[in-house]
Design a binder for this molecule. Structure first.
Ligand SMILES: [Mg+2]
Length: 126
């Protein structure tokens, strides 16, 4: 696992943020959370050297997850941050678009907390 241990959770649904945060803490991760893309970009700018991975919702009011993903992937400073998209099951277009923009993985909603924790641990172990 990388030395960085902080996961940024970005989702406009509080239930998703709460579930995600709870399980990541069980896995001894530090967490940061926010509910929109604009705040996500501010947090990343401030704390990119601590953030190992971003869990990023696509559908949010204002700045979309795609825009946030694009901004992360075009900035060399952020090149070691993994970005995992939260997508709704069966939205194959999301996965295609995310892939083009450089997403490092996908978690389809709904997911269980256990699944999520294992997925994140596996991603960071590679
Ligand atoms: Mg959403």
């Amino acid at each position: 696992m990388s030395a960085k241990n902080t996961i940024l959770i970005v989702d406009d649904e509080p239930d998703i943020v709460n579930l995600t945060e709870k399980f990541l803490k069980l896995g001894d991760f530090e967490t940061l959370t926010c509910a929109n893309g604009r705040d996500a970009l501010e947090i990343i700018e401030e704390k990119y050297d601590e953030i190992a991975l971003v869990l990023l919702d696509i559908m949010m009011p204002g700045t979309s997850g795609y825009s946030v993903l694009q901004r992360i992937k075009e900035n060399d400073k952020y090149k070691d941050i993994l970005v995992i998209l939260f997508t709704v099951k069966s939205f194959n277009e999301d996965i295609q678009k995310g892939k083009k923009l450089g997403a490092d993985g996908y978690l389809t909603k709904p997911f269980s907390g256990k699944e999520l924790l294992k997925y994140v641990q596996d991603k960071l172990a590679n």
